[in-house]
Ligand binder design. Structure first.
Ligand code: NAD
Length: 351
């Protein structure tokens, strides 16, 4: 049994992580969950949304399954880390959100988000099979913002050669492993000539050493247009942090919405698996959340652990439930709740 940290998170997080946990147990996956609390409950009970126990657990397990955590819109909310992180960094550091704090503190420099059609999930497009690689550690998400005066605010965008090189190399390594051939580098270098210019140039330089891949580039706005017209023409996308965040949601919309797209945040020492979606406060606590994105994030975790048999079984059970359409949530056109859909998948695992 491999220990894995479990963070239920906020909003629909506890519902969808419970679903993923039950399904892993039912599939006999060799995983033992070590649950830690982060988010609003931790803030209420422990006075911080991201307690040291979270880092201690992930330092031990190296792997986590995380539900979404909520961040207020606007205001001066910051997640302050006062303890030394697993990488030994000490002193006070502050971040715009829990998710960003975890990615930065744990050096989870790349996000990987597969986006594809699933049988039984009705969408406007067919043959979508994308992998999004998002740089996870810099860009505008460092949260270096300030009010210049009462009517003007500014933010600093950081792009470095080192971070761009490592995420590009990561993307190419994954593509090689997965048999993918075509990488599109996404940028806005026509306007952000230095920052995005550096991202584009650096990514292209890294890719040049790998002539086995076809590499092209797109300006992010043009890419969005092409994705909503001909998504099947794209294979893998490499994006800086902000565009990666936005295009991930757009791409989720191509294949059935945020309820279906999983993700992983990967670093040299550890990895956190979490859905692309947020805490969905509008449907939280209503047994209405689609658990599929979190279940598929758990499947990615199992594949990362090289537990392909359990991963295959879960995916097959999920696919069967999607095909039947009787026990799927409302966002997929059904009437089932989170628990009923989870139960149907578990039943299929036993079939
Ligand atoms: P959201 O992803 O929570 O919700 C957007 C829309 O998609 C909502 O209508 C919601 O009901 C729907 N949706 C999302 N997941 C769903 C699911 N599994 N099943 C069915 N419908 C689903 O985005 P938001 O409303 O912009 O953000 C809410 C909060 O989540 C914010 O505080 C934000 O900061 C946070 N957030 C956290 C993470 C993370 O922890 N990694 C990621 C994104 C957003």
């Amino acid at each position: 049994m491999r220990a894995v940290t479990l963070i239920a998170g906020d909003g629909i997080g506890p519902e969808v992580t419970a679903a993923a946990r039950e399904i892993l147990v039912a599939a006999g996956a060799p995983v033992r969950f070590e649950e830690v609390v982060a988010g609003q409950r931790a803030e209420r009970e422990q006075g911080t949304p991201l307690p040291q126990a979270v880092f201690e657990s992930i330092e031990r397990t190296k792997l986590a399954l995380k539900g979404p955590t909520q961040t207020p819109f606007g205001g001066d909310y910051r997640v302050v880390i006062e303890c030394a992180g697993p990488d030994g960094k000490s002193g006070k550091r502050s971040y715009p959100s829990i998710a960003i704090a975890l990615r930065k503190e744990l050096n989870l420099f790349a996000a990987m988000r597969p986006v594809r059609n699933y049988p039984g999930v009705a969408t406007r497009f067919e043959h979508v099979d994308l992998i999004i690689f998002r740089e996870n550690s810099e860009d505008l998400y460092l949260g270096r913002e300030r009010m210049v005066d009462a009517r003007t605010a500014e933010a600093i965008k950081i792009i470095s050669v080192d971070a761009t090189e490592r995420v590009t190399q990561f993307a190419l390594d994954c593509m090689k492993r997965l048999g993918r051939r075509k990488l599109t580098i996404v940028h806005k270098a026509n306007v952000l000539k230095m920052t995005d210019g550096l991202f584009l140039r650096t990514a292209e330089d890294v890719a040049k050493a790998h002539p086995e891949f076809t590499v092209n580039q797109r300006v992010v706005d043009a890419l969005c247009m092409e994705l909503v017209m001909r998504p099947e023409e794209f294979d893998c996308l490499l994006l800086p942090n902000l565009y990666g965040d936005i295009v991930s949601d757009l791409a989720a919309g191509l294949v059935g919405g945020l309820g279906v797209t999983p993700g992983a945040n990967i670093g040299p020492a550890c990895a956190i698996f979490e859905a692309v979606h947020g805490s969905a406060p509008d449907i939280a606590g209503k047994d209405a959340a689609n658990p599929m994105a979190m279940i598929l994030s758990a499947v990615m975790l199992l594949r990362y652990m090289e537990e392909a048999a359990a991963a295959d079984r879960i995916e097959a059970a999920l696919t069967a439930v999607l095909r039947e359409k009787h026990s799927v949530t409302r966002d997929l056109g059904g009437t089932a709740g989170t628990r009923a859909m989870t139960g149907a998948i578990i039943e299929r695992l036993g079939a």
